[in-house]
Design a protein around this ligand. Structure first.
Ligand SMILES: NC(=O)c1ccc[n+]([C@@H]2O[C@H](COP(=O)([O-])OP(=O)(O)OC[C@H]3O[C@@H](n4cnc5c(N)ncnc54)[C@H](O)[C@@H]3O)[C@@H](O)[C@H]2O)c1
Length: 405
């Protein structure tokens, strides 16, 4: 298949491009490199040394003889170029990763809120409108997030996208399936909730074939392909805005920084290893909906964990201390999370568990590149509200620390 990978220079997009290229697909990455510009804005860099996207594609060609094509294009701002590209290349599938994906970055200031909404909703809508206009029957696979469901404790498993409800009508109760109600916890999650509505409309109105993958927090760095050459290495974000919780614990352990747990650590989250993430995308591609079908939604996660349990697990493995800090996010202190992921398991996914993979990540990646870490960038300092901003701990290693255990 000819596959367009939108956002293919990113953390999940790059290993997906390699994985699908290895399987023999004709891969075209489209990216505006905004993520690299945001690194410059924040004064941070990937833990792992990342080459330019052109250089990465060159090394992949040298290693395998396979070509990955790169196109510099802003999905949100260059509608006409996007449409022209689609009309010329006519991809069989489009995988859409190209959004601003950090909840803390989306809450930093009003400017970051506006940017995140403009970028994400325009990118998604431009793509949908261009697919309709060019008449391309490509399967669109979008990376959404488990976060659209919100993190309250409902006490029942979260289904894969749709909820069975009974509507009271004058003729008695009628069963219906509706999109699971969203409860976004940040501006970023709000844009992913808006994406869902756009997908619902375009599937129903224009017969677009769409799969929306509600992904958990991705952890790990390497996949089988990124291991093949030092210059194919994946990015690894550790800073307070883009670093995801488990990867942050790993680098904190590697540099002797306390593991930063916000609030009680009673937040439960869903996780998936990067290797499983790329495999899920392969599985979803092979199982495309037909035109006229409703959007297919998968929960792309393999385990759920409470944050304090994760911190304790990493502390046990590495001897790290835990720092309990005020929470910059406005969220429930404690929540349960039970998630259904039957569809991917039925398609043959064999999950990598935390218990198997954690230690090698600490040793092979976090310790190896520890010299590249700027400790000043580790604290999470973007607050959800002005009141929460007053309580933020800017110096988790310093004297004002509440408690360390
Ligand atoms: N990383 C996770 O833990 C995680 C979890 C759940 C869902 N997701 C979703 O998966 C997708 C990929 O996440 P990631 O971690 O690889 O993010 P990332 O920021 O590393 O990659 C996103 C890529 O998209 C590009 N991009 C952004 N806006 C663009 C635009 N307007 N035009 C062209 N390119 C644009 C960026 O330059 C970047 O290379 C995101 O949509 C994210 O919401 C990620």
């Amino acid at each position: 298949m000819r596959i367009a990978i939108l956002g293919g220079d990113g953390f999940v997009g790059w290993p997906t491009a390699l994985h699908l290229s290895e399987l023999g697909h004709d891969i075209h990455i489209i990216d505006n490199l905004s993520r690299r510009r945001i690194d410059t804005e924040l004064g941070v860099q990937s833990l792992t040394p990342m080459d330019s996207i052109q250089e990465r594609c060159r090394i992949w060609h040298d290693e395998t003889g396979r070509r990955i094509h790169f196109h510099l294009l802003d999905l949100a701002a260059e509608y006409e170029r996007l449409k022209q590209w689609l009309a010329e290349q006519r991809p069989d599938a489009v995988i859409h990763f190209a959004e601003q994906r950090a909840a803390p970055y989306s809450m930093k200031t009003d400017r970051h809120k506006v940017y995140t909404v403009d970028n994400n909703t325009s990118a998604t809508h431009n793509l949908l409108a261009a697919l309709v206009e060019t008449g391309i029957d490509a399967h669109l696979v979008h990376l959404g997030t488990m976060g659209v469901y919100g993190y309250s404790s409902v006490g029942a498993p979260i289904p894969e996208g749709y909820l069975d409800v009974q509507i009271d009508t004058p003729g008695g109760p009628r069963p219906q399936q509706i999109l699971y109600p969203t409860r976004p916890g940040s501006v970023y999650h709000m844009t992913k909730s808006l994406d869902q509505i756009m997908f619902q409309f375009y599937a129903q109105n224009d017969g677009l074939r769409i799969t929306d993958l509600h992904q958990g927090i991705v952890w790990g760095t390497h996949t089988d392909q990124t291991r093949r050459h030092e210059q194919l290495i994946n990015r690894f974000d550790y800073d307070g805005d883009y670093g995801t919780v488990l990867n942050r614990f790993l680098i904190q352990a590697a540099i002797g920084h306390p593991l930063t747990v916000h609030g009680t650590g009673g937040q439960t989250r869903a996780f998936i290893h990067i290797q499983d993430s790329v495999r899920c995308i392969e599985l979803a591609l092979a199982d495309a909906p037909k035109a006229g079908e409703r959007v297919r939604i998968f929960n792309q996660m393999t385990e759920t964990h409470r944050i304090r349990d994760l911190a304790e697990m990493v502390a046990r493995l590495t001897g790290a201390r835990i720092a309990w800090l005020p929470n910059p996010r406005k969220e429930a202190e404690e929540n349960d999370l039970i998630v259904k992921n039957d569809q991917f398991l039925a398609l043959g996914l064999q999950p990598t568990t935390l218990a198997e993979g954690l230690l090698s990540e600490v040793v092979d990646v976090a310790r190896k590149y520890a010299h590249r870490i700027d400790r000043a960038r580790v604290p999470a300092v973007s607050a959800w509200t002005r009141d929460l901003a007053k309580r933020i701990e800017h110096d988790p290693e310093g004297k004002r620390l509440r408690s360390v255990s």
